[in-house]
Design a protein around this ligand. Structure first.
Ligand code: NIG
Ligand code: FE
Length: 417
């Protein structure tokens, strides 16, 4: 059957996110804002974005026209390029302990932290883990997020990591959101592993990596480079092996101490994420590279620490994406616009920098070239708000819900505002 073209509009404003640079600071005046705009799409892909009346006049007559009445605007579907939503259990007690004075690392050393989530996640079967992941993915979709990266990392042995990645793969089949999986078997040296951290990483490289390929579970490898997890020397052979096997790399870098970003740059990783502890040195190194710096403001809010130096990274010339880091420990919030808007006030980011960070630049962090901008040939993934000005989105800091969310040209969410 021949696909029918659809035209939706007129929108008061469409932010295409076209023509903005991949790296460096961006002024709001650089945003392409089309007024009285229409989006014409066919078979899940965008054919044209432009003046609504002009697009309408050019139609042949067979197309469907979705005519909007009122003040609406559209942006590319958001991309959350860093989450850990495949987990079971809850760490409200960690949060309370932290607020009572214990540090993140102290809690981890006392048996809480990542390891307690590993125990809960291991006790959860694949089907239930799939359901938990799916529920959280659909909550993100309601926020306008149409692509979500999801890490493993609470399994920490071959079978449990495979279970998690299979659960993510299954969840992906049951949701409209695109789930992009990442293997984070190097989240920490598991407490029940007999052998050194080096042995653990070697075993994962030998036994887990080939299975990831065999079952097509992921093409991305992540590691937590940190004092409480893996040092630069420990992780380098692991990452080199992953790179040799053709995996894309990403790094949990400079969260509490530096060295991760250096590794990300050396290895040509797609992104270096966290960076709360990055100093001028790391900022300069990142800015001189193609590695996307990923700020995770909800982790700063969850832990109560400094924000990623987003302003300095952008001014130095780095590319900056913003993600939720949704996880049960450091970032339980799971809200993208809320946390990105707060980062904007604390770091003085323009709207253009915030929106690029959750669309175009986030797509780059995931090496996805078919989304993040509204333009011909890209996926018809977009989010619609009932408001007359895009500035209201960050201004209301999450208070303004999307009216509807479209994925591959289909309206998949209609929120009652
Ligand atoms: O991105 N930093 C390491 N990993 C996660 C936290 C995971 C957890 O605390 O469960 C993060 O913040
Ligand atoms: Fe993380």
């Amino acid at each position: 059957m021949k696909a029918i073209g659809k035209l939706i509009g007129p929108f008061k404003q469409v932010l295409t996110m076209q023509h903005i640079p991949l790296k460096g600071a961006i002024k709001d005046s650089e945003l392409e804002i089309i007024e009285h705009a229409g989006i014409y799409f066919i078979d899940g892909k965008i054919s044209a974005v432009g003046d609504f009346t002009g697009l309408k006049e050019a139609l042949g007559g067979d197309e469907e026209i979705i005519e909007l009445k009122g003040d609406f605007l559209a942006l590319p579907g958001y991309i959350d390029c860093h989450t850990h939503i495949a987990f079971a259990g809850n760490r409200a007690n960690d949060f309370a302990m932290r607020n009572a004075g214990s540090s993140y690392l102290e809690i981890a050393e006392a048996g809480g932290g990542i390891w307690s989530t590993v125990k809960h996640t291991r006790a959860c079967n694949q089907e239930d883990l799939k359901k938990l992941t799916l529920k959280r993915a659909n909550e993100l979709l309601k926020q306008g997020i149409t692509t979500v990266e999801v890490k493993s990392g609470y399994g920490l042995n071959v079978e449990e990591e495979l279970k998690t990645l299979r659960a993510i793969k299954e969840a992906n089949k049951s949701t409209f959101v695109d789930l992009i999986s990442t293997c984070l078997a190097a989240h920490m040296h598991p407490k029940d592993h007999t052998g050194t951290a080096e042995d653990y990483l070697f075993e994962m490289g030998e036994m887990l990596f080939p299975k990831l390929k065999e079952e097509n579970l992921t093409h991305r490898i992540d590691a937590f480079v940190e004092k409480s997890a893996f040092s630069a020397e420990q992780i380098l052979p692991y990452y080199r092996k992953a790179k040799e096997m053709g995996f894309d790399l990403t790094v949990h870098a400079d969260q509490f101490s530096t060295s991760g970003s250096q590794i990300a740059v050396e290895l040509g990783a797609l992104s270096a994420d966290h960076l709360e502890a990055s100093t001028e040195n790391e900022i300069t190194i990142l800015a001189g590279s193609d590695v996307v710096a990923v700020a995770l403001p909800a982790a700063s809010l969850g832990i109560g620490c400094d924000f990623t130096p987003a302003r300095r990274l952008l001014d130095a010339g780095a590319s900056l994406a913003i993600a939720t880091d949704w996880n049960p420990g450091s970032a339980p919030m799971g809200k993208l616009i809320e946390s990105a808007s707060i980062l904007a006030t604390m770091q003085k980011l323009s709207n253009a920098e915030v929106f690029a960070g959750i669309t175009y630049r986030a797509a780059k962090a995931l090496n996805l070239n078919d989304r993040g901008r509204l333009m011909e040939g890209h996926l018809a993934d977009f989010v619609i708000y009932e408001t007359d000005n895009y500035q209201n989105i960050t201004y209301l800091q999450g208070g303004l819900q999307p009216k509807s969310v479209w994925k591959n040209g289909v309206e998949v969410i209609v929120n009652e505002n």
